[in-house]
Design a protein around this ligand. Structure first.
Ligand code: UD1
Length: 339
């Protein structure tokens, strides 16, 4: 019988791609999602891609009764994606962020303890390295200073997970530290659907390409980098999804806490990404330089040896695949919206 994995927030951007990878690897996927930043029609898209419709529960990950009901059905592991992720909103509404991001986790662990499920993979972020650590960022560095509640909620979650594995040595918790997830499933059926105007770079570039936005603002061209724009580590969301499958395999066999970077291990500047998007898709991106954005650091990219060694994971997709799949998804979404 295939192993059952619960994905909280499984209809979101990274959750939905992970659902595909898990199903294709033979797992039985159950999704809990409150649709606060996702759409129910993603379920149909998952079925189109995998020929399997995952079991879906509409609900909040703070609902412990519901969590217990789901976990009781022989769930072997949980991947906890459910959480808010906007840096900007977290500064405006810190209590909402701490309530959602921390209480979901606490209720989930309580429900896991009550039902005997001991394997957890958590969506962490490179943001936990803070502003002082120098790239390449390595897991054994101390977490640094975060400039916002979103980042601090990720740091606090990692600390809580460490405490859990100390109090219960049979518990397995893996915090996957995502760098910059981008791209979309090559089918164009699932991808990132930002609510309102996106804050992140890639959805903004594709929005300019499709004419939704007039011009891309490049935040700062006076950083101490090769072309003056910030450097980031862009990782294809399908590679990221495969990393979750590997993390589940590892969690099922090992105990304790591990933080693991999921990135490409390479840094690209904002200008390089824009150029790659233009040349891959043969399309011009209207852009202008503007002021630096508060809280941005000049350079962030991962050391990915740990993921390589302990998960036997590495990226398969390159920057051109990322640009092609992002644009492909944007065009499909555009068609959908016009129907
Ligand atoms: C951001 C968050 C990070 C979070 C991640 C989730 C901040 C400071 N950091 O990462 O905590 O984990 O998203 O995906 O918000 N840029 C432009 N023009 C744009 C948008 C972005 O020039 O319209 C630049 C930014 O200044 C940055 C780079 O593109 O240098 C990447 O930005 P973004 O995609 O927002 O990711 P991060 O800031 O790295």
């Amino acid at each position: 019988m295939s192993k059952k994995i619960l994905l909280t927030g499984g209809l979101g951007y990274i959750g939905s791609h992970t659902a595909v990878s898990l199903i294709e690897s033979g797992y039985d996927v159950v999704i809990l999602d409150n649709l606060s930043n996702s759409r129910k029609d993603v379920l149909e898209k998952l079925k189109k891609i995998t020929k399997v419709m995952p079991k879906f529960y509409f609900g909040d990950a703070r609902d412990e009764g519901l969590l217990i009901e789901i976990l009781k059905q022989n769930v072997e592991a949980v991947i906890h994606f459910a959480g808010y992720k906007s840096v900007y909103d977290s500064i405006k509404s810190p209590i909402e962020y701490y309530d959602n991001n921390l209480n979901c986790l606490i209720r989930l662990i309580d429900a896991m303890n009550k039902t005997g499920c001991r394997n957890l993979v958590f969506s962490s972020s490179a943001t936990v390295y803070g502003i002082e650590n120098i790239s390449p960022l390595i897991e054994n560095m101390n977490m640094g200073t975060c400039t916002n509640p979103y980042g601090r909620s990720k740091q606090m979650t990692e600390e809580i997970l460490k405490d859990i594995t100390v109090s219960n040595p049979e518990f397995s918790a893996i915090a996957l530290r995502y760098f910059n997830p981008v791209g979309a499933h090559p089918s164009g059926l699932i991808g990132e659907i930002p609510r309102g105007v996106p804050n992140n770079l890639m959805p903004y570039i594709s929005g300019v390409a499709s004419g939704k936005y007039e011009v891309l603002n490049i935040y700062g061209n006076d950083y101490d980098t090769r072309d003056g724009t910030c450097i980031r580590d862009f990782i294809h969301v399908c590679d990221l999804a495969d990393g979750h499958v590997k993390a589940i395999e590892y969690a099922l066999k090992n105990n304790g806490f591990d933080a693991i970077n999921l990135g490409s291990g390479n840094g690209y500047s904002v200008l390089e990404i824009v150029k790659a998007f233009e040349s891959t898709n043969n399309i011009k991106i209207n852009k202008k330089f503007s002021e630096r954005r508060a809280g941005d650091i000049a350079i962030s990219y991962a050391d990915i040896k740990k993921a390589n060694q302990i998960l036997n994971w590495g990226p398969r997709y390159g920057i051109e695949d990322i640009c092609r799949d992002t644009w492909n998804f944007e065009k499909m979404m555009f068609q959908d919206e016009r129907v």
